[in-house]
Design a protein around this ligand. Sequence first.
Ligand code: ATP
Ligand code: MN
Ligand code: MN
Length: 368
Amino acid sequence: SQQLGTVLTSRVSQYACQRRTTLDNRNKIFTDAFEVLVEHLEFSDSKGPCLAFKRAASVLKSLPSTLRHLGDADGLPCLGEHCRDIFECGKCSRVEDLMCNEKFRTMKLFTSVFGVGPKTAEKWYHRGLRTLQEVVSQPNVHLNKMQRAGLLYYRDISRGISRAEADAVGRIIAETMHCISPSATMTLTGGFRRGKAFGHDVDYILSTPESGAEEALLLRVIDRLRYQGILLYCDYQESTFDKERIPCRRFEAMDHFPKCFLILKLDAMTVEDGGLQNNPEDQRGWRAVRVDLVAPPADRYAYTLLGWTGSTQFERDLRRFARLERGMLLDNHALYDRNKSILLPAKTEEDIFAHLGLEYIEPWQRNA
Ligand code: ATP
Ligand code: MN
Ligand code: MN
């Protein structure tokens, strides 16, 4: 702790984009507790204190060793008074109360369904519903298309996707895409690019060498997946991208590129080493997987790659750093220099870090 107290505190930045955060989290006991509090606040729609807990957890994830004493937190950014309980007893009583709380547990269950946010979960809870079985068997609960798919494939989707399964999905999409356009390319992004062994979905960027062909490519890929009989669900979002538009101040996870949120049918035979991961229904020979595809114009590829690689907290802090420390506005589409009034071009992620005057952070160091 002497080491933490002196060496670290002088170095830890308040911005995740100036920290290197690997998946080796030495303070999981604390960050898990913060994440419960964050979830609780997100269910009750109080965004303010939520961000403070997210920042605190993110700082802890970047530390090379476990905090042992309350004093270890002195001098670390984002770990104020509000965090004291958690350090004093690991899992503070508020966290333990929440874990047993019927409403919290039900909200957690309902929001774990693809297409169900806190508002819908709350509505169901107030109708007296407590289990997914009750939700599907209630005749007067209106479900949209996404929620119906989320409930239908709930067992598969909630199980998570292994790296081998993600690679199998990648081979299917790549083959499909290359039939349409041999010069098109595909890049793995999201949590798997950050080195995670499991994900809730697989994220890919599709891209064409010349700007303008990407939206048609994505539509044709979807058509072919449907023709192959493996498209279980598709929510297609057409492009609303405007190349003149300046990034906005407020953090928005959503971007304006053409994209789709899919559920694909993954055949066990296509997965290398051991087939489908630990599936009680393995005899079926397939599982459902969530897949996101985004197709930005070629000249915005680097911004999209940086934006979709995450983590969300890393993205948030990149944008906050750009705005507050550099007078620049960043999002998934562009970087705008407010002093020079220009959009800055970038071919690679390294170009963007350089524009921001930041040391390059590798994808596996962005698990903030
Ligand atoms: P997981 O393993 O749970 O999938 P993840 O980090 O890949 O973890 P995702 O929800 O897949 O999480 O999101 C990956 C990244 O893409 C995040 O940084 C997020 O901000 C970004 N992202 C997700 N959805 C969109 C969207 N609709 N528009 C723009 N960016 C998005
Ligand atoms: Mn993902
Ligand atoms: Mn995703």
